[in-house]
Design a protein around this ligand. Structure first.
Ligand SMILES: [Zn+2]
Length: 271
């Protein structure tokens, strides 16, 4: 079994402290390649440090997560620093970027936060488009608002749609999923929550994508988050992606070789 973990965080605690060991365990479990995804400038830099001397199995995505938007004081300065990081060859995507209105309930100033999230997302969409790098998209909301708004901004600011967009840890309303599926370069990342007993909605999305576009399916861990069954609630080890893969193959008819091939394709790694 060959697996490409297209979204993990060796760059975040508690994986960071011992990432080499976690990676070794993952390799033994069949993980051939991994994309380490940034969530802010510091973790993006950390991802680059990790991939620096590991150029055939580890790649990086650099970007700023929407929940970090309020912490940014100078957008120009931040974008400049982010852009400088993209010069490293192992940077294969911009992410994770997007909109997260799920936690707005706890925001002191939700209107300003929405504006800042959108501004940050737009600037990073423009960066990805300019560099023709795939986008790792994070969207989360209890309502449909963030999902539909994210697609709208994607259409407006990543206008040529040449580069891929990965719907990371995909969820969302049917109208959104249909529009996402219809995009020429869309991919869909499935995580450990695919195995959760109460996640029939995620399994339905998997089945839908598989039936219509099996070439768009990717597997991810989002480690240290979202550990699959029977480890739900614990720290997710990147090696646990093997459990998600086995589950998808046994219960949802997933073709793991095809999924591996999809992952190489999305990051332009097919030789
Ligand atoms: Zn993530």
């Amino acid at each position: 079994m060959q697996i490409f973990d297209t979204h993990c965080h060796y760059n975040l605690s508690p994986l960071l402290e011992n990432w080499q060991q976690h990676q070794q365990t993952a390799t033994s479990a069949g993980v051939k390649k991994s994309l380490i995804v940034g969530t802010n400038l510091a973790s993006s830099r950390q991802a680059l440090e990790i991939v620096a001397d590991n150029n055939s199995s580890l790649y990086a995505a650099i970007g700023i997560h929407p929940t970090e938007a309020m912490a940014i004081e100078d957008f120009d300065q931040t974008l400049q620093e982010l852009t400088a990081l993209t010069e490293v060859a192992q940077v294969k995507a911009i992410g994770e970027i997007g909109l997260d209105f799920y936690r707005l309930a706890t925001s002191l100033d939700p209107i300003t936060e929405i504006q800042k999230q959108e501004q940050l997302f737009i600037r990073q969409l423009e960066l990805a488009t300019r560099l023709q790098l795939p986008i790792v998209l994070h969207v989360r909301d209890q309502a449909e608002t963030a999902y539909l708004r994210a697609l709208e901004l994607y259409h407006r600011y990543a206008s040529n749609h040449q580069q891929a967009v990965i719907f990371h840890c995909v969820s969302g309303p049917t109208t959104y999923l249909e529009k996402a599926l219809a995009l020429p370069n869309s991919y869909f990342g499935f995580d450990g929550n695919l195995t959760f007993k109460n996640a029939s909605n995620i399994r339905e999305i998997f089945t839908l994508v598989q039936k219509r576009h099996p070439e768009k399916i990717l597997l991810e861990t989002d480690a240290p988050y979202l550990a699959p069954e029977p480890h739900r609630g614990k720290v997710c080890e990147p090696a646990m992606i093997a459990l998600t893969a086995a589950f998808a193959a046994a219960n949802l008819g997933a073709d793991l070789e095809q999924i591996y091939h999809n992952s190489l394709q999305v990051f332009d790694l097919l030789s």
